[in-house]
Design a protein around this ligand. Structure first.
Ligand code: TYM
Length: 313
């Protein structure tokens, strides 16, 4: 079985873009692979500085993974920072790539374009993500379109290392789905926590309603395009056609139908999440077990890497 790995940064509330861009493709295929789901907590430190928030965000991602239905018999959930080999390998990659190469990163360039100062962690971010993937020889990496460049960086890191020290890493493939690679937010731009345009996946009905009612309704004919694009994630075009035909020009009615469909989809997962959150020590146990399993693989890989680069005496 091929190895599959993906991760969520523990830095905010899961939104429907994360779900349809990364988690849904993961759920559709993880049982046919040896699957790993990572909580990217070291990546979150590039933006979060409040320890209480860092801790809560890690716990939230684990609950999110479990609430969307990940079965622990078929997937390993682990915490990036509990496997020290990630930062170790990232360092080795950083010594192989150049500064101009990392300067091409979209995340870094966006920050600079906004006149903000990027920390060195953000600058090196792609090499940590390359390490996340390559440590496990993961071949399949389900992600949204915004991570395409990071997969390319990982392929390039593998290449650079293999050229310098001999065949060691497999080049990973992104798994970016047509139609859900970029889920738009309420303003029609890519849904993103940093743009404040999200529909929260585990929001209350009130939060979902508020977000949907705020969808900007630039129309294409009689159909509110932004509403329809999001609606297609929850229902097929055939299912939606009669409703949009009947509601031509009546945007509020289409939004109400979307709220109903999101609520029906989310309610069982939200209830499950509440149950899981009440289980004492669940999160700690899941992460301890998963991280132990991940660590065994990462440690074996690093024995080879250390020896190849020459630091094993
Ligand atoms: P993060 O936490 O920003 O996003 C998690 C996943 O959600 C996808 N996504 C979207 N997909 C479609 N439409 C959107 N509007 C949308 N917004 C977010 C992202 O593409 C991503 O797949 N660097 C990663 C986390 C990471 C990782 C890894 C992923 C760290 N190491 C190794 C895979 C493999 C990140 O910040 O994703």
């Amino acid at each position: 079985m091929k190895r599959l790995l993906t991760g969520l940064q523990s830095s905010g509330t899961l939104h429907i873009g994360n779900y349809f861009g990364a988690l849904k493709p993961f759920l559709d295929t993880y049982q046919n692979h040896e699957s790993f789901l990572m909580v990217a907590d070291y990546h979150s430190l590039t933006s979060l500085k409040d320890p209480a928030l860092v801790r809560a965000s890690i716990e939230n991602v684990v609950l999110d993974y479990l609430a969307v239905g990940v079965d622990l018999d078929n997937a390993t959930i682990f915490q990036q920072s509990q496997v020290h080999e990630h930062t170790e390998l990232a360092w080795i990659f950083e010594c192989l790539v150049t500064v101009p190469f990392l300067m091409q990163s979209h995340a870094y360039k966006d920050k600079v374009a906004k006149g903000l100062e990027a920390n060195a962690g953000l600058f090196n971010y792609p090499m940590l993500m390359a390490a996340d993937i390559l440590l496990y020889d993961a071949e399949v990496v389900p992600v949204g379109e915004d991570q395409r460049q990071h997969i390319e960086y990982a392929r390039e890191a593998a290449n650079k290392f293999n050229n310098a020290y001999g065949e060691t890493f497999k080049e990973p493939q992104g798994m970016i789905l047509e139609g859900t690679g970029v889920v738009p937010g309420v303003d029609g731009k890519k849904m993103s926590k940093s743009y404040g345009n999200t529909i929260p996946l585990f929001g209350t009905k009130e939060e979902i309603t508020k977000a949907v009612l705020s969808i900007v309704t630039d129309s294409d004919g009689d159909i509110p395009t932004n509403v329809y694009t999001i609606h297609k994630l929850f229902k097929t075009e055939a299912e939606l056609a009669p409703m949009y035909e009947e509601n031509k020009g009546k945007y509020k009615a289409s939004k109400d139908a979307l709220i109903e469909d999101i609520e029906n989809f989310v309610a069982p997962m939200r209830a499950r999440r509440l149950e899981l959150a009440a289980q004492k020590d669940l999160i700690k146990n899941v992460l301890a077990q998963g991280s132990e399993k991940a660590r065994a693989i990462a440690q074996a890989k690093m024995l080879d890497v250390r020896s190849k680069v020459g630091i094993t005496l």
